[in-house]
Design a protein around this ligand. Sequence first.
Ligand SMILES: *Cc1c(COP(=O)(O)O)cnc(C)c1O
Length: 381
Amino acid sequence: MSTTPAWVEIDAGAIAHNLDLVRREFGTATRLCGVVKADAYGHGITAVLPILTAAGVDVIGITSNAEAAEARRLGFSGRIIRLRAALREEVQEGGLLDIEEWVGGGDHARVVSAAARSLGRPVRVHLSLNSTGLSRDGMDWDDPQSQLHLRRIAVSPELTVVGICSHFPCEDADDVRTGALTFRNQACAAERLLGAPRGFLEKHCATSYAALTVPGSRMDMVRIGAALYGDTSAAAPGLRPAMRLVSRIAAINRYPAGSTIGYDRAGRLDRAGRLAVVPLGYADGYPRVLGGRASVLVRGTFAPVVDRLAMNSLIVDVTHVPSADAGDEVVLYGRQGSAQIHAADIEQASGTIAAAAYTAWGRLNARVVVNVPVYEPTPTP
Ligand SMILES: *Cc1c(COP(=O)(O)O)cnc(C)c1O
């Protein structure tokens, strides 16, 4: 039990299990990029990276230099791909970390080139195409400038193109199927314009949902985040959620019928009741919108969050859990006994994706790693 008021518990065994499951599904011939951006979706690179490397994953996806630096500090010697367009300063400051950059368009290629000139060496890049219609950081094929851009990139001494990539806007099978086909065609054409031999450049577009739902989207590499952490909308039986958000009851009070509850008097007791205060609030990443809408688990029983949330506390009605007491564990996300708060519950109550919440929980609260797999030491000859 942690001594901090709230903490996230990371189930390392669940991540190892999920990785094993998706690798069986994809086969070992499909290269897997383990996505650890946002500090491994809040689960912590420090906890997640050893699981990936023990399973032979030698490519990871990050967004910040801090994540790449942490991976290198942990001894990761594999490839690191940045999964978004970087600022010029980021490319320069990440120079020693050997990051493969995501080139998000023809003009952005110039930005990365400029950084490479300052670094005094070429930068390996993945050229992003807007084949899927994300319209975020990819080169649009129908733009008359794109062929010029490609020819310029092809002869640039500062850029070494190693891959061509895209990213899907929707978790919808038909949308992914169409986007993957368009990407395949455009990526092959881009490869020709870049003057690379056919099949030379690594082509990749699939996320967890795409790779698990449309095998044709897997191509040379799949970039897997959500499935590792057990939170994907793909039909993938057997994936286990790897995070619990846990706190404890600090105090319980009895209040009469008619009492209003919390800020703005947003809640109201229609009978005498027992209210528990839990030392976790919106500043700790629990979305304020969940006040009055979500439930938590106390003694294996669902109990509603009845106030509008304070900065560092929230109020739970435990009238129907007579045994509830100060010090009891409160689970706000994940399993307690045979009951569970699922990602879908958080999504329904908050109206947004669960990742928007749990990526913050992991970074704002203490992390406790449990169930760490024991790896056989490599025998020395
Ligand atoms: C986050 C991200 C991924 C991983 O997506 P999941 O759905 O979490 O598997 C892949 N590619 C890019 C570009 C990303 O930003």
